[in-house]
Write a new protein. Structure first.
Length: 115
């Protein structure tokens, strides 16, 4: 089992920045891909970004490309999401996912962008 704990969310004004962290524990050796997803009130959960364990494979959704950067520190078993130029439509609960044969999810961290 892989356990994930997100942190770093909060309230920020339009144009501001936040850095989210996702700390993993447990059977992390089995993880081959990490991802960030978000769910806004009344909407379906959507993909934000993903990074492979090696760091070689990185993908972003079109809605965040150019404003958000995913990275990982394998030694710290932590995945990051640097978010810049935030917009009100980025308001959502952001969740981390670890893919290791099955998907493991964290509880999420709230990001609120005020206009």
């Amino acid at each position: 089992q892989v356990r994930l704990v997100e942190s770093g969310g909060g309230l920020v004004q339009t144009g501001g920045s936040l850095r989210l962290s996702c700390a993993a524990s447990g059977r992390t050796f089995s993880v081959y891909n990490w991802g960030w997803y978000r769910q806004a009130p009344g909407k379906e959960r959507e993909f934000v970004a993903t990074i492979s364990w090696s760091g070689a494979g990185i993908h972003y959704s079109d809605s965040v490309k150019g404003r958000i950067t995913i990275s990982s520190d394998n030694a710290k078993k932590t995945v990051y999401l640097q978010m810049d130029s935030l917009k009100p439509e980025d308001t959502a609960i952001y969740c981390c996912k670890a893919e290791a044969g099955k998907g493991y999810w964290g509880q999420g961290t709230q990001v609120t962008v005020s206009s």
